[in-house]
Design a protein around this ligand. Structure first.
Ligand SMILES: C[S@@+](CC[C@H](N)C(=O)[O-])C[C@H]1O[C@@H](n2cnc3c(N)ncnc32)[C@H](O)[C@@H]1O
Length: 238
């Protein structure tokens, strides 16, 4: 697949700030399938160093609240300003996904790329902490790293070269996620399905000199990628 929008992003920004397989490409495929309207107010949850947040403003014309736990708001704000963004377009917030400081029904949509698996596997999370913040009829568009089929009962050796079984605990297939999401009332499931984007996103990540990318090279070069994919979760608040 082609990624005209991701490819328009500043290559240096991508190279130095992605925190996993190219999230700009994952976001582009997600929003091709489940489009948002320019001008809508969106939370980018677990935005990391803000690559997808910048893209949501520049490429999709959205107003973005960029929330992350490991990366400070000041650091992200510096990056956003360097990219020419204003406080009318984007607001960086340093907070835990369990303590989101927003009004109920504030957001038209929530987007989250490669981070929801850190907190959203808890079946209570969605209904308790996130869904109330989305307006009725609003969307939750999530991408999580996944497996074609869960392998936790018998993990292939390629996956265990630098990752531990514990590291893989948060990675699951689409059926597993359907079961997690189905526990929450008040949400319509549009789709929980594998994305096409995978290898291409991994290539971009493994080519960076991020220390985690360097660690990921051994399993991926040994063929771990054949078990893995990205899973899109597209939900509408009733
Ligand atoms: C693999 S990084 C992905 C970052 C970014 N979305 C990207 O793709 O470049 C995972 C992100 O999830 C965030 N995260 C993990 N647990 C979180 C929590 N409880 N609340 C908010 N963010 C969290 C981390 O701060 C981290 O930046």
């Amino acid at each position: 697949m082609n990624y005209p929008r991701a490819n328009r992003m500043n290559p240096d920004l991508i190279k130095h700030n992605i925190m996993g397989p190219n999230p700009a490409k994952l976001l582009e495929e997600l929003l091709n399938k489940f489009p948002l309207e320019p001008g809508q107010t969106v939370m980018d949850l677990g935005c990391g160093q803000g690559v997808t947040s910048i893209m949501l403003v520049k490429e999709y014309g959205l107003k973005v609240f960029a929330v992350d736990l490991w990366i400070s708001a000041s650091e992200n704000w510096q990056r956003f300003r360097k990219e020419g963004l204003t406080r009318e377009q984007i607001v960086p917030i340093h907070e835990d996904a369990h303590q989101l400081p927003f009004a109920d029904e504030f957001f038209d949509a929530v987007v989250s790329i490669d981070s929801y698996h850190y907190f959203g596997l808890d079946k209570a999370y969605l209904g308790k902490h996130l869904l109330p913040l989305v307006k009725p009829g609003g969307y939750l568009l999530l991408v999580v790293p996944g497996f074609h089929h869960d392998v936790h009962a018998d993990i292939p050796n390629e996956l265990l070269l630098t990752w531990s079984a514990e590291d893989l605990d948060t990675i699951h297939d689409a059926d597993y996620w359907r079961n997690v999401i189905s526990a929450t009332e008040g949400v319509e499931i549009f789709a929980i399905e594998e994305l096409e984007s995978n290898e291409n996103c991994w290539e971009d990540w493994l080519a960076t000199d991020n220390e985690y990318a360097v660690m990921d090279r051994a399993p991926m070069n040994a063929g771990a990628g054949k078990y893995m994919n990205f899973v899109a979760i597209a939900l509408k608040k009733k």
